[in-house]
Design a binder for this molecule. Structure first.
Ligand code: NAI
Length: 258
């Protein structure tokens, strides 16, 4: 699979899954713009892309803000000469029961996870449609396929990503653009690990964060082990190359949604 001559953009690319996808795309030959809320970590990933022999640019963005998204795409075009592959990966999570969940928290999650994917997809389609080629990969979740307790807002945002992906895929199908959702299962990034991650928050009485992490892998995943950012990178490269796969929501989840 070969992406030489293509320009990719990965939001939330400063760490975690986004970084894994950025490096996999670079490994397949693409130049990769790395956008993140945190400019410093975007620069770290961009340096890794360049170390792999590809061009890169680090961009500070807030995907929930339309002006910021427009400026991001303009910068990618100006610095790297186009936009062929858009990976809309930036996302956030919080844990709240349905009674605790405030309207503000619901809006905050939807603004980044759902509206952010809409804004980035729209900006990408505007560039790709006239060129009649494009690949849009929206990072959803297993929570876009099944519900998780205390994550009703996050689950709603990821179901939204999958529905949106399906609709836009049909809208642009005649224009050489594919739109797919990539659904990670459980990946040991900042979202899961540490005191503030899911493993830290979902601890049982007296349980260490490490033990909670091990327990969640065993109980939630038929394969018993977490997936990696590299696993997500492999699927992203496939979707960036594939011509006739569109409108799909593909899980890399070790059988979690079986
Ligand atoms: P992470 O928390 O390690 O990385 C997320 C990145 O997105 C960070 O670099 C952060 O600065 C950036 N970001 C957050 N808000 C942003 C905004 N408004 N604008 C621009 N950048 C922003 O998380 P991880 O695990 O790498 O998650 C990436 C995507 O994968 C998210 O959409 C998440 O919902 C999804 N996912 C993750 C899973 C996991 O097990 N880690 C499972 C299923 C889905």
């Amino acid at each position: 699979m070969e992406l030489k001559g293509k320009v990719a953009l990965v939001t939330g690319g400063g760490r975690g899954i986004g970084q894994g996808i950025a490096l996999a795309l670079a490994g397949a030959g693409a130049d990769v713009a790395v956008a993140d809320l945190d400019q410093t970590i975007a620069e770290e990933t961009a340096a890794k892309v360049e170390a792999a022999g590809r061009r890169s640019v680090a961009i500070s963005v807030n995907v929930a803000q339309q002006d910021s998204v427009r400026a991001m795409v303009e910068k990618v075009e100006a610095e790297l000469g186009g936009l062929d592959i858009a990976v809309n990966n930036a996302g956030i999570i919080s844990i709240q029961s349905i009674e605790e969940l405030t309207a503000e928290d619901f809006d905050r999650i939807m603004a980044v996870n759902a509206k952010g994917v809409f804004l980035c997809t729209q900006a990408a389609v505007r560039v790709m449609r006239p060129r009649r080629w494009g690949r849009i990969i929206n990072v959803a979740s297993i929570a876009g396929k099944i519900g998780f307790p205390d994550l009703s807002h996050y689950t709603a945002s990821k179901f939204a990503v999958i529905g949106f992906t399906n609709a836009v895929a049909k809208e642009v199908a005649l224009d050489g653009i594919t739109v797919n959702a990539l659904c990670p299962g459980i990946v040991g990034t900042g979202m899961w690990r540490g005191e503030d991650g899911l493993a830290g928050r979902w601890r049982e009485e007296g349980e260490s964060e490490e033990a909670s992490w091990a327990r969640h892998q065993k109980t939630l995943l038929p394969q018993g082990v977490a997936q990696t950012p590299e696993d997500m990178g492999q699927l992203a490269v496939y979707l960036a190359c594939a011509e006739h796969v569109t409108g799909q929501a593909i899980a890399v989840d070790g059988g979690c949604t079986l």
